[in-house]
Write a protein that binds this ligand. Structure first.
Ligand code: NIG
Ligand code: FE
Length: 417
């Protein structure tokens, strides 16, 4: 198939776009993409590629931007129920971490998720995935973390694998058993940390090798935060995970700076996520590392807070910045990467081009999948978007609506309703 006559074809770069390089779109005007099966075989000007496909295999993208599908590298997508009542309390002044300490918040979703069957979890998650896909996300990372006991955590991993198998969107799994202190260990965070290190991580590894032997191990993530896991406990969990061969991620500096970013850099984590209260020293450490800084602007927005990731400072220090939704029932129920871009332009002071690169190639690097996705280059998976607008700056500038006309996933064209 040949997609041709795109007003702007954004190919980006296969490399991560670090610091000042962020926003390199490598745009081809009147561009074309030649696809064979699931794979991109050529990109170039329409005039150069038009004859490579017979007329019946051509898709006219005139008046449209064509770009890589969005990669959403941080979500908590599999859960049961909702927390609308809690949202109302928060808007009336209650604080997120106080609700959690009182047994609500994450723990209220844990109760619902433990009770839900696998079928029910799949049924509640599918519509969220459908929305993500319609809004242009072609690969999404999904965390567990609403089980907090081996059995339910494995049920969540099963859900992620099952939804991935259903397609069309690709799911990338992360084990977040360290999302909150399990209710059985209330007031004993160290005991739950020991249980994670001694029992749960080895059990998850054994289950994975039995159930998904052909897939790489999932990421392991920790919520490093007051009222969740302190720096020493986060270090114990991540070090143990590393010893077992898991790649690492961390939730750091969402509400308080506990030093999670430097820990992530020291352990060679693939990404450090949230980064609102990050210190200058931690930002400098990030800039010298390959750990991707994943900013989640929907989270402060969702909590009606005014402080966001110091993105410009991360870029000045040479860091690799990516964007994600953090889609979850507590702080940010948002499936749309387009909304994330619009917010990132205003709250993080990114240009549309920087936001696009952060949501595609840099996000692919945050999942270690940049050899397959995140840019439009021969040999890569044909995951791309055809927008209904001719200028890439419409992304960010316009918000709250869907600018995606068609999603191409693994070479197959899906119309957007
Ligand atoms: O990334 N911070 C921890 N986890 C989520 C919120 C999860 C929830 O409230 O259910 C976050 O904001
Ligand atoms: Fe999160």
């Amino acid at each position: 198939m040949l997609i041709h006559s795109a007003s702007q074809l954004l190919t980006l770069t296969p490399e991560p776009q670090r610091g000042a390089a962020l926003g390199t779109l490598n745009m081809i005007e009147d561009g074309a993409v030649l696809i064979e099966g699931e794979t991109i075989v050529a990109v170039g000007r329409t005039a150069e590629l038009l004859d490579a496909a017979p007329p019946e295999e051509r898709l006219d993208a005139s008046g449209c931007v064509v770009m890589p599908g969005f990669v959403d590298p941080h979500t908590h997508l599999v859960w049961a129920g909702n927390r609308a009542a809690e949202f109302e309390l928060k808007m009336a002044g209650a604080k997120y971490l106080d609700i959690l300490a009182a047994g609500g918040g994450i723990l209220s979703t844990v109760r619902k998720t433990r009770q839900a069957s696998l079928e029910q979890l799949l049924a509640e998650t599918r519509p969220r995935l459908r929305t993500m896909f319609a809004y242009g996300t072609t690969t999404v990372e999904v965390k567990t973390g609403y089980g907090l006991e081996t059995e339910t955590e494995i049920k969540l991993l099963q859900a992620i694998l099952a939804l991935d198998a259903e397609g069309p969107i690709d799911l990338v799994p992360t084990f977040l058993g360290a999302h909150a202190i399990a209710p059985e260990f209330s007031g004993r965070p160290q005991a739950y940390t020991d249980c994670l290190c001694q029992e749960m991580l080895p059990a998850v590894r054994a289950w994975w090798q039995e159930s998904a032997p052909s897939r790489p191990l999932p990421f392991v993530d920790v919520f490093c935060e007051n009222k969740a896991f302190d720096l020493e406990q986060s270090r114990q969990i991540l070090s143990r995970a590393k010893e077992l061969g898991f790649p690492l991620k961390i939730h750091a500096d969402e509400f308080d700076n506990l030093g999670g970013v430097s820990l992530a850099v020291e352990l060679g984590a693939v990404s450090a996520d949230h980064l609102v209260k990050t210190s200058q020293a931690d930002i400098a450490a990030l800039g010298r590392s390959d750990t991707v800084a994943v900013s989640l602007p929907c989270t402060p927005f969702g909590l009606a807070e005014n402080e966001y990731t110091p993105a410009r400072s991360i870029l000045e220090q040479g860091g690799i910045l990516a964007l994600a939704t953090d889609c979850n029932p507590g702080t940010a129920w948002c499936e749309s990467m387009q909304f994330v871009l619009a917010l990132a332009c205003r709250a993080l002071k990114l240009t549309p081009a920087q936001a696009i690169a952060a949501a595609t190639i840099n996000a692919a690097h945050a999942l270690r999948l940049a050899d397959r996705i995140g840019s439009l280059h021969p040999g890569k998976q044909a995951d791309l978007l055809i927008l209904s607008v001719p200028d890439y700056r419409m992304l960010g500038y316009r918000f709250g609506v869907n600018l995606v006309r068609q999603v191409v996933k693994r070479g197959r064209v899906y119309p957007v309703p």
